[in-house]
Design a protein around this ligand. Sequence first.
Ligand code: HEC
Ligand SMILES: [Cu+2]
Length: 420
Amino acid sequence: MVFLGGCDLNTKMSTFDTKGPIAETQLDLFMLTVWVTTFIFIVVGGVFVVAIVKFRERPNDDRPMPSQGHGNPLVEIGLIGASVLLLVIIAVPTLQAIWYTHDTPTDEHSKLGNWYPGDDLAEGSEDEVLVIRVIGYQWWWEFEYPQLGISTANEMVIPAGKAVHLELRSVDVIHSFWLPRIAGKVDLIPGRANAMWIQAGDNIEAWTEKNGAKGSELELQAAYNKYLEEEIHDYYYGQCAEYCGDSHARMLFRATVVGDDDFAAWVDSERVGHTAPDGMAWDEWYKIYDSKPESLTGDLNEGAKVFMGRGKCIACHSVEGNPRALGVAGPNLTNVGERLSIAAGWLNHHTEEDVLIEEEQYANFVKWIKETDVVKPGNLMWKANGNGIGELTDPDNPEQLKLLTDEEIHYLARYLQSLK
Ligand code: HEC
Ligand SMILES: [Cu+2]
């Protein structure tokens, strides 16, 4: 009872507080299994307790030894039959749930052409649901939106009430996608694309049916939108659910669920990316950077210079808009200054109400660049140059690594904060 007292069914990662059809199906299946196994526990445990109490040896017990039987066909066949029946009761809905999770529905509301106003979609995409390619890396997540031509890391953004098709892949070892309140778990396996779909909240038909809501089409739509806003728009917590090496426990992720308009605005900002500091065009900035970099001054320019230069950040990171930041070994940093966490959800900088706290964000960037290995042991950002972040003057000799100074890290943190 003391241990059970620690349980809370309404936490950020509770599978009991479901938001959407997949998690709901999985919860129903879980409860069915709980009831069937509880029934078995009570029947078997009951017979066991009766046997112990009724046939126990008492003081001065002179009852004769009970007759010793070997097998009773009726009992044995009965038990086999009952076990099979119970397993079938669990198996049928299990298989149904597996297929349900696998086959993305094609309902009209979820088709991109019916809600996404952006016009430069890949051909044929209007008739499809939104696809997100989830790629697992040791120890972070890439979320690619192939129809929209964008890619982000660790914090996926999805529209509320719409089915989203997930294609799950891995570049290294097996990971597992688990977003407890919305869906889980399907593995990301190297050399194979797994599939599932997710949906935050019900679509309007399911919602209307469930609530027995009545009214004109407009009224229903308004009430439905209110439901999405109040109950579904949120910042959801996810986690890699398959042991994948050193920092597996620090391989978290987030899903931000927003309305259609906010989603479209986010996609636009991901596509456009960022200009050089002070709104300068990159061509112009690079011209100065290549000829007399000392004339680029101020925190953001200093940060950008370290980002392109001594920090070697662009070797592994992309930033949309910046023609030289094209690295792919690490997370895409477009809009990283807007995200509520970094390092795959491990370093958080937001309030309980999910509002960004700038000082904490700054401190997290500094901490991450300065002691990446402490934040996430074994991570591939720290290890690449042998031991730390900085300039390798002699590639054959890791001892030659000239680590970034505190001042450079300060500028970098300010620059990263400005990416929003
Ligand atoms: C050798 C490749 C490499 C280099 C060079 C590199 N990074 Fe990284 N970076 C990574 C990898 C890999 C991760 C993901 C680590 C993890 O979470 O396990 C990462 C993560 C990050 C993150 C967190 C991103 C997120 O989505 O949470 C930031 C911020 C970052 N790097 C900034 C920098 C800066 C600034 C520099 C330059 C000083 C830099 N990186 C240099 C590979 C690199
Ligand atoms: Cu993992």
